[in-house]
Ligand binder design. Structure first.
Ligand SMILES: Nc1ncnc2c1ncn2[C@@H]1O[C@H](COP(=O)(O)OP(=O)(O)O)[C@@H](O)[C@H]1O
Ligand SMILES: [Mg+2]
Length: 272
């Protein structure tokens, strides 16, 4: 799950580009767009006009994810479930529903666990792109996930507000999802010309120690242009500094997964 309750810090950009980089490296990757704005759907070239079936139909309408998965136009092996504006209502419509915090987990488990998986090609990675809040949608994502990836913008106030996210992660771990851990922190929008960026990066590395990925995503116009062409930066400008940084981050993230000999809750040995 890619989470940070601040908006505009690079959650969506990180989710789609790391997902695309892993797909490029031969993995099968699913992106669940959990932000009603549907920016991840846009970047993946997956339609999300009103009326499109997507995460709303899954969470509120109990439709299995495998019926909602679309292939991205971006890379072979990259798939997504879109978000439409309807999803904004889900934040409130979830409240009276049974298992309101665990609905996404049940859906993800169903999509990843045989026999459903037997009829379906299996996914190596699932990324959930969160809205900029700590409401029920983000809570569902944290309950469904094994790992949290936090993008941190290398600007003033970067660490502000993260305390609330970390507290929420702790609470979810204690109550609903003991396996959850903040496994990766990614420094984004790094401007190498400013001292501030270097200082923020140092602060974040001191605070999160080993969780911070070595790869740092630079502030880059190519990254911000890509979504307006419904592209990831990996396909929009494959040789750009942003594409290289996201490829490096994806490789690190995948290799870190290989470091833990554990089996995940779907009974698969983590072999990467
Ligand atoms: N490294 C970067 N350099 C320049 N612009 C970026 C970078 N990362 C993201 N952006 C732009 O910043 C804005 C916010 O990023 P986004 O990923 O949508 O954040 P969030 O999902 O956290 O709201 C978007 O317009 C995006 O294109
Ligand atoms: Mg976003």
């Amino acid at each position: 799950v890619v989470a940070n309750q601040k908006g505009g810090v690079g959650k969506t950009t990180t989710a789609v580009n790391i997902a695309a980089a892993l797909a490029e490296q031969g993995q099968r990757v699913l992106v669940l767009d959990l932000d009603p704005q549907g920016n991840a759907s846009t970047a993946l070239g997956i339609g999300h006009e009103p009326g499109t079936a997507g995460m709303y139909e899954a969470l509120i309408g109990d439709q299995p994810l495998r019926r909602l998965v679309r292939e991205s136009t971006e890379h072979p092996g990259l798939f997504g479930v879109p978000a439409t504006v309807d999803l904004a209502g889900a934040e409130i419509e979830l409240v009276p529903l049974p298992q309101r915090e665990s609905r996404l987990r049940l859906l993800v488990d169903d999509a990843l666990t045989p026999p459903a998986a037997a009829a379906n090609p299996r996914f190596d990675f699932v990324f959930i792109d969160c809205p900029p809040s700590l409401g029920l949608l983000t809570l569902n994502a944290l309950v469904a996930a094994d790992e949290v990836l936090i993008p941190v913008q290398c600007e003033y106030y970067a660490l502000e507000g993260l305390g609330q996210l970390l507290k929420t992660v702790d609470r979810v771990r204690a109550d609903l999802n003991p396996a959850l851990r903040v496994s990766n922190v990614l420094l984004t929008m790094y401007d190498g010309r400013t001292r501030l960026a270097a200082e923020v990066a140092d602060d974040v590395r001191n605070h999160f120690a080993g969780a911070v990925l070595d790869a740092v995503v630079p502030r880059s116009v190519r990254i911000s242009e890509a979504p307006s062409f419904a592209r990831t930066v990996l396909s929009y400008d494959p040789g750009s500094s942003g594409a290289l940084a996201y490829r490096a981050a994806a490789r690190e993230l995948a290799l870190r997964g290989a470091g833990s000999p554990s089996t995940d809750r779907h009974g698969r040995t983590n072999s990467r």
